[in-house]
Design a binder for this molecule. Structure first.
Ligand SMILES: O=C(O)CCC(=O)C(=O)O
Length: 266
């Protein structure tokens, strides 16, 4: 799958791009079911909010077949290789839960801020690319993006270890206000299966979810192979050390798994 010129231009100027319903309901139903099972597991990769509800599950490709296929899916990998003009490897993989009633905030931040400071990533030649596993609505804690903020480069940030269960390099209010005056705020919404990609320096965050509607989103962080991390400080399941280029599975890999599971269940 390749992005067209209009999509490439929107990504270059705005810093983000939404591809609605790129994965089919059959594919997303499989991933959503598996994510729910993963959150029940007690393992070091599953992080919880301060109240105990799931916040995120890291590195699911190491212990779940559906997510082992997704991280090498051509519909996710090829557009990012096209933007960077080189092969990519998987730097981080997480399934964020933003659970009904309890999903907590993600403070305003740039992803590259954390990759640089915590993992020793040389340049912002990595990006988060996500698939909505539930419908993302204006009310259930959608990701909020500040368009064009990637142009500000890598901004000063402070390490917030208090607000949530997950440490993050966050931006101060004055910085966010200035960038929002220029670019505004958008909150891309869409049906399950939609794919969102955004620049590593794009400022973003999300509010808590106090609705009965869960908002699961799975994120691959793909890094250009030449830009591999140099000084990791976080565990391997958070900042991967295998810098080999991703070799894609076939486009119908998830459908085949969904159908084989249905046959077994019948
Ligand atoms: O899932 C969210 O709401 C935010 C996630 C995020 O900002 C991140 O992983 O960097």
């Amino acid at each position: 799958m390749q992005l067209n010129q209009e999509q490439l231009d929107q990504f270059a100027t705005e810093g983000w791009l939404l591809l609605p319903e790129l994965f089919t309901p059959e594919e997303v139903d499989l991933l959503r079911r598996e994510a729910v099972e993963i959150y029940k597991e007690e393992r070091e990769e599953v992080w919880r909010e301060k109240d105990g509800s799931p916040r995120t599950a890291f590195a699911a490709h190491k212990y779940n077949e559906a997510f082992r296929l997704l991280w090498r899916h051509p519909r996710m990998i090829k557009p990012v290789e096209q933007v960077f003009g080189e092969p990519v490897y998987l730097h981080q993989y997480k399934i964020n839960a933003k659970s009904a009633f309890t999903g907590a905030v993600w403070q305003w931040h740039q992803d590259y801020g954390t990759w640089k400071r915590d993992d020793g990533m040389p340049e912002p030649r990595a990006m988060n690319i996500s698939i909505f596993l539930d419908e993302v609505m204006p009310i259930n804690g959608p990701l909020m993006l500040v368009p064009k903020s990637q142009e500000a480069g890598d901004l000063e940030a402070s390490h917030d270890l208090e607000t949530t269960s997950y440490p993050l390099w966050t931006l101060d209010e004055a910085t966010v206000t200035k960038l929002v005056e220029k670019g505004g705020i958008v909150a891309p919404t869409g049906k399950p299966g939609s794919m969102l990609m955004f620049h590593g320096n794009l400022v973003h965050g999300s509010a808590g979810n106090i609705t009965p509607y869960p908002r699961k989103i799975v994120y691959l962080t793909l890094n250009a192979c030449s830009n591999h991390i140099r000084k990791p400080t976080r565990p391997e399941f958070i900042a991967h050390r295998d810098f080999s280029p991703i070799e894609c599975v076939e486009d119908d890999a998830l459908v085949k798994l969904a159908r084989s599971q249905s046959r077994q269940a019948a």
